[in-house]
Write a protein that binds this ligand. Structure first.
Ligand SMILES: [Zn+2]
Length: 371
């Protein structure tokens, strides 16, 4: 499995480097096709994706999802290095390790694939938001009927039960320019915008980990000290905790803009990702982790969005969890060696308990012997 990871890491499939993402997807395609998976290639806006399923369907019970694109790195990082406990290299944690385990899983099951109902979904634009990858695949009907497994969040086998929603909004305020000595002739766009922001802030009193938050990341106004600005804009980052709150906050900003005479532009958005932890397929996944790691799984919340938000928006349950690792997007990206191999065991356990078309005792015995 390490050799598969090495092959994947060697391809510098940086987001928007279509040629290298193509090369990586070609490799995955060849591997899965030769072992009997039904492979389909798709392309939206120049971005390639791959779907591989055990049955001929767009909608298997379970999708194992991953993105093959990575963030840029110095040339020396496109090879897997290892020490006693860790593997290092670009993408070992975010998230080529997952693809390596998917391929190994299919290799292990290649003589029995028709007994299962699962699929593998590989995209190549997650680092840029997933619009042409996961979002377009979902829009074209590629969704699991039960659950999507995404090892691109969570923390050392703590499962991501919840991720906040987000709104990135640009508020633009018009005004009238005038000399700073004659404010009665002008109308300061900046001061009006600050009043709006101040009023908005009152609806975000705590900015705490558990609650909705709001921050102003960018403010543009004015050119010189003695001129009243004719235009001002603010880029605001809002995070929400429930579907109702997500819409409520949007309505609130819309109403405040109207009241203060500003316009609003949505830079990007994402609904909160709230998982039904009582769902049987979710519980089974947790059981598979616990059977492998021999310790209880805890829940964690997330503040950054993975492709999970697109599935969540489509009402698809997601299991977002991964082994120990860190340094993603940095030069010291790493994954725990033990965790890497544990993910294969977790997936094998899960595929056997959750996606067998019918319980087949003979095969179950095989499985018991090999583990
Ligand atoms: Zn990622």
């Amino acid at each position: 499995m390490l050799d598969i990871l090495q092959k994947l890491v060697e391809i510098p499939s940086v987001t928007e480097d279509y040629q290298h993402n193509h090369q990586a997807i070609e490799f995955i395609d060849g591997f899965l096709r030769s072992r009997g998976m039904h492979v389909k290639r798709l392309e939206f806006g120049g971005v390639e994706s791959l779907i591989a399923t055990t049955q001929r369907t767009k909608t298997p019970r379970v999708y194992l999802q991953a993105h093959v694109d990575v963030s840029p790195a110095p040339a020396g990082l496109y090879t897997v290095r290892q020490d006693k406990d860790k593997l290092y290299g670009r993408g070992v944690f975010d998230m080529k390790f997952a693809i390596a385990t998917y391929l190994q899983l299919v290799d292990d099951l290649k003589d029995h694939l028709d007994r299962y109902d699962f699929g593998i979904m590989i995209t190549s634009d997650e680092e840029y938001g997933g619009e042409n990858g996961a979002q377009s695949l979902i829009a074209n009907g590629y969704v699991p009927t039960k659950i999507c497994v995404i090892p691109d969040g969570g923390d050392n086998w703590a499962i991501e039960s919840f991720a906040k929603g987000l709104w990135f909004l640009r508020l633009t305020m018009p005004g009238t320019a005038a000399h700073g000595s004659r404010p009665w002739e002008g109308d300061s766009a900046l001061e009006k915008l600050l009043l709006l922001i101040g009023e908005l802030r009152q609806s975000f009193p705590h900015n705490s980990r558990e609650e909705r938050t709001m921050t102003v990341g960018v403010l543009h106004a004015g050119q010189s000290v003695n001129q009243i600005p004719a235009e001002a804009s603010a880029d605001i980052d809002i995070r929400t905790t429930t579907f109702a709150e997500h819409q409520e906050v949007f309505n609130l900003v819309t109403a405040l803009c109207k009241k203060h005479g500003a316009t609003m532009h949505v830079i990007t958005k994402g609904t909160p990702c709230i998982n039904d932890v009582d769902d049987p397929y979710y519980k089974l996944f947790i059981a598979s982790i616990e059977a492998t790691t021999k310790r209880p799984v805890s829940a964690t919340m997330s503040f950054a969005g993975s492709d999970g938000r697109h599935f969540s928006e489509a009402g698809v349950l997601c299991a977002i969890v991964r082994p120990d690792g860190g340094g993603h997007h940095s030069d010291s990206e790493w994954i725990s060696k033990e965790g890497f191999y544990q993910l294969l065991d977790v997936l094998r356990h899960y595929i056997d308990t959750a996606t067998l078309k019918t319980a087949e005792p003979e095969h179950q015995r095989d499985y018991a012997r090999t583990t």
